[in-house]
Design a protein around this ligand. Sequence first.
Ligand code: NDP
Ligand code: KPL
Length: 303
Amino acid sequence: MKIAVMGAGAVGCYYGAMLARAGHEVVLIGRPQHVEAIERDGLRLQAQQFDERIDPSQLTASVDPAAASGAQLVLFCVKSPDTESAGAAIGPHLAADTLVLTLQNGVDNAERLRGVIAQEVAAAVVYVATEMAGPGHVLHHGRGELVIEPSTRSDALARTFAAAAIPTEVSANVRGALWAKLILNCAYNVLSAISQLPYGRLVASAGVRASIRDIVAECTAVAQADGVSLPPDLELAVRRIAETMPGQYSSTAQDVARGKPSEIDHLNGFVVKRGEALGVATPANRLLHTLVKLIEDKASGAI
Ligand SMILES: NC(=O)C1=CN([C@@H]2O[C@H](COP(=O)(O)OP(=O)(O)OC[C@H]3O[C@@H](n4cnc5c(N)ncnc54)[C@H](OP(=O)(O)O)[C@@H]3O)[C@@H](O)[C@H]2O)C=CC1
Ligand SMILES: CC(C)(CO)C(=O)C(=O)O
């Protein structure tokens, strides 16, 4: 299968590399620093069990979205604020029957993407920990499973992914799964960003577990008012983040440390907006959102 990856970052390079290793024709569309390194040296995938260089004969890279033409599948892997611009850039190069799978945090990316491209779009929930360790070098810290929304090709896609060592479940409740992931992000990301602490040390500090419970309760109230069916084991899932990833810093913590704009408007900011629309108060999420916006505005010189 020809597979294009829109957004050659941590997630896009990881899944692109796994599919290329399984023999698919993969093209990564990304920024010049990664594209140049991949064209020169191939893509290095450093995982827990292996450290491999995927050769340019197995996987190509381009800064030009037109390189996606002829792809049967697009993995859409940009950060949430870039969804519309990246969608508008790639859309004109896709065939009418190309399936676009969003591999992003946040709950409304697929819906927003459907607003800018005509192709079939399906959402995926991504359970992976990965980062770009340098140009053309993806470092995989663990996991990698996907939960995907039903689509015309979801069953075939799940088999293709499984054959590439990407465990994949097709779920009729991807919305609930996306919200559950959103709630984890709302609970941990800002606390880790402001303190610049990993989850294990974070929850050891007085008051943090109680604050996390408050944030989760607020998010859950918004989700319920929005008609979302959340998985029953959410409380356990929240606790398990700190237990299973004690050394991990949230993606928001990493963005803040690098002075990069974060996805905060699509995390706690999204819950605040939905809460306003549905008449549910969200003071804890509002404060967390505001604090990160202040840090970002100060870093960018906007204030
Ligand atoms: N990393 C992880 O472990 C996980 C990430 N996620 C989610 O997956 C999504 C992707 O995250 P991640 O891979 O970490 O992010 P990255 O920032 O590593 O990757 C996105 C890449 O896409 C590039 N990009 C953005 N717009 C375009 C464009 N129009 N054309 C070409 N390239 C573009 C970005 O460049 P630039 O930075 O220059 O804009 C960046 O290199 C996010 O929603 C994230 O929350 C979910 C689970 C785990
Ligand atoms: C699940 C969690 C909180 C793990 O770090 C994450 O998705 C993030 O950092 O954005």
